[in-house]
Design a binder for this molecule. Sequence first.
Ligand code: DGL
Length: 255
Amino acid sequence: MLKIGMIDSGMGGLSVLKGLVDSGVNAEYYYLYDNKYHPYGSKSQSELVAIGYSNMQKLIDFKVDIVIIACNTLTAGAVSKLRGMFDIPIIGVEPPIKPATMQCENILLLATPSTVKSDRVMEMMHSFTNKSFYFPDMSKLANLIEENYSNKDIIYRFLADNLSKYKNIQGIVIGCTHYNFAVEEIQKIYPKSKVFSNTAGVVKRTQYIINKNKFIVPNYLAVKVYSTGNEIDIEKKYFLCDYLGLGIEFYENLK
Ligand code: DGL
């Protein structure tokens, strides 16, 4: 039966899992909630490769068929190296810069410092020199969301303080999966702008890989979440089950 492994530094990648669940992509999901190394966004490329390597090993031990790196930072910093090291399909998530450039002139890229600095993002942007890109400092946002996912006011205030100086913005690119949890607050600041997220792209790619490899898809969906550091607190466990609309088995301290 199809087993899909997923990795993120915390809850961000669960927005990608929600996309898969809502699209009916049945599988046994093994989700690494790597809170031991959260946040990824301040890490160097070599640290990200080491983190990615050890998390891939853990997922291989679960005998997963596919890995989804449900994190822009880890994708930008490590996915090409990891693809050279492991012989299973690895799907990454990248900021949807290209679709934004097709509709917008002035674009905000919201991403972690590590993603913004990455060669991959620089390359993508250099192909669209006729567009204006802005990179607000979002270094604290993933952690703020991780700690205040249910306090939308705190998230809104942070965004209002850090974004309001950017005017005449038509497109906002979500370049970190954690920020999918802040889209409503972003839209409150920019009600007329279009928000671009890559969740649907990852779902499509996953469906393509499943069909291409003829993996045997179960007629059920099961989700196991493994934190690598501290136990996820009980309120957050409830929140995440409610968010996905299904029961989750939680395990902690995965070595
Ligand atoms: N959710 C992650 C991303 O998409 C990482 C956030 C972090 O750990 O800094 O980039």
